[in-house]
Design a protein around this ligand. Structure first.
Ligand code: HEM
Length: 242
């Protein structure tokens, strides 16, 4: 055993609280999943009002980044920890994806529609896009990949595209890589800064790939032990609350 029984038992109160919160949220989603989906879609459309507040452009970008992280992490985490709530959250990915795309568009346009910013960072490079500042080139590439995913986030596209829909939505991975490069690459040019920014983006992407691998096969003994311990505590909690 990697962790001693004593060490794991110290966490019982927190694990119990986690079981209670898990079941409250999970029961809520069982009852109100449809309403939650409608509210998420309404919030996504409401957030388009952000067009009127370009001064919050950066915050919209941060919000878009967090939505994409939730969408990308919920699937491997659900496979790794096999929690009902995580599986339920997976059924909200379409609504969260639409919200992500709207926020990314509002964020991007808050800069693109700013004549000074556009003139300095975009207009000069339209004839030679590859000479654009890497940070913004990857932002533009991330936005370009967001559009087909947004346009096909509906049942009609799923029906028409069939198996190709999943292939198309595989684009979310290069989108994620471009977003990380857009976030971590520096505003100030300089080879040192670029390498450091690239390393940060690669580390973040690498961590995601590791999580996907663990979701396929949990080869980390300590994590497996914690997983099994928490699963046993959850079974005990359920049987004691029946
Ligand atoms: C999917 C598309 C995009 C996402 C998710 C995204 C996300 C983000 C995030 C999270 C930040 C904040 C980073 C920080 O706090 O350091 C940011 C900053 C920024 N983004 Fe984006 N972005 C996207 C596309 C774009 C596009 C297309 C443009 C413009 C053409 C753009 C222009 C900017 C600017 C100007 C900043 C402010 C930081 C700076 O001055 O460099 N972004 N973006």
């Amino acid at each position: 055993m990697f962790f001693s029984e004593n060490f794991l038992q110290q966490w019982n109160p927190i694990i119990k609280a986690g079981c209670v919160i898990h079941d409250v949220l999970s029961d809520f989603l069982v009852r109100y999943l449809k309403q939650v989906k409608i509210i998420l879609l309404m919030l996504a459309h409401l957030s388009l009002i952000g067009f009127l507040f370009p001064q919050f452009g950066r915050s919209f970008g941060n919000f878009a980044q967090n939505l994409l992280l939730v969408i990308l992490l919920v699937s491997p985490l659900s496979k790794l920890f096999r929690m009902k709530l995580l599986y339920q959250l997976m059924s909200l990915r379409r609504e969260l994806g639409i919200w992500f795309a709207y926020m990314a568009i509002v964020h991007s346009l808050s800069y693109i529609l700013n004549p000074e910013w556009f003139g300095t960072f975009i207009a000069l490079f339209l004839s030679q896009p590859l000479s654009m500042m890497p940070r913004y080139l990857f932002g533009v590439l991330a936005l370009i990949l967001t559009l087909p995913l947004l346009i096909t986030s509906n049942t009609l596209s799923l029906t028409i595209l069939k198996g190709n829909w999943k292939k198309l939505h595989w684009l979310v991975y290069p989108l994620f890589a471009f977003m990380l490069l857009h976030i971590f690459l520096p505003r100030r040019l300089g080879i040192g800064n670029d390498i450091f920014g690239f390393l940060q983006a690669s580390l973040a992407f690498g961590a995601y790939v590791l999580l996907k691998m663990l979701a396929k096969n949990n080869f980390l003994t300590p994590l497996r032990e914690v997983n099994e311990y928490v699963a046993q505590r959850y079974v005990e909690y359920r049987s004691s609350s029946v």
